[in-house]
Design a protein around this ligand. Structure first.
Ligand SMILES: *Cc1c(COP(=O)(O)O)cnc(C)c1O
Length: 223
């Protein structure tokens, strides 16, 4: 497997407006270092302890993104350094992130995960619940967390029209939140949509961040 070729191929397709989050979960440090030595600095992981271990072992100028479901009792592992938390799906989790951010004397950027896929098992909130959270009094008291957009996963299907419609739903929600709450908040703009299977569809729906693993590093190692 030639990592450089894999990166080059995807970067050629991605517009400049789209950030590539290289999903390195289950991958060894050597593979991450290959990408690092080619100049990549944004990596995504979905297990807090694995993320923390890799942060400890690898160069400190890597931007680490937590991309998967996060349990409140594991926020502490990543709060000191995480660059962006992609999948906030409850006010309880948000409050915990805020608390850990205060302990570390920093502000942590995050995205709300919106649920648009047909599968029941996927995590995430509806757009109207997200609106309720943002409108709540509690939300305005959380000063050490900063909302910069939305993240979603589409249904795992070959039906491209269904995927496109789900991504449109995410984009519509972002636009609605923007005009209702954040018209003057310049950094509220991120749409984290698109994985190996569907990133080209996501890019057409104005994705600003794609989370790509297997196309870059090969299929996931079994752990
Ligand atoms: C693993 C993972 C990805 C990347 O998936 P690939 O299909 O390997 O590109 C993206 N987002 C989340 C939340 C993931 O857990």
């Amino acid at each position: 497997m030639n990592i450089k070729e894999n990166f080059d191929k995807i970067l050629k397709i991605l517009p400049d407006t789209v950030k590539l989050v290289a999903v390195s979960k289950t991958k060894p440090n050597e593979l991450i270092m290959q990408a690092y030595n080619m100049g990549y600095r944004i990596f995504g992981e979905n297990k807090p302890q694995e993320l923390k271990r890799k942060y400890d072992e690898l160069p400190k100028d890597i931007n680490w993104h937590m991309i998967g479901h996060l349990q409140t009792n594991k926020v502490k592992y990543i709060a000191p350094f995480v660059e962006l938390i992609h999948a906030v799906d409850s006010i309880k989790l948000l409050k915990t992130i805020n608390k850990e951010a205060i302990k570390n004397n920093r502000v942590i950027n995050y995205l709300f995960q919106i649920h648009v896929a047909k599968e029941q098992s996927k995590f995430g909130l509806s757009c109207s619940i997200i609106e309720d959270i943002i409108s709540s009094e509690e939300f305005s008291t959380l000063k050490n967390v900063n909302l910069v957009g939305l993240m979603a996963m589409a249904t795992n299907t070959t039906n491209e029209e269904l995927i496109a419609n789900e991504f449109k739903e995410v984009k519509n929600c972002l636009n609605k939140l923007k005009s209702t709450f954040f018209a003057d908040k310049e950094d509220f703009k991120e749409l984290s949509i698109g994985m190996s299977q569907d990133y080209q569809i996501a890019v057409k729906q104005d994705s600003t961040m794609v989370r790509i693993g297997s196309l870059l590093f090969g299929s996931r190692d079994i752990v």
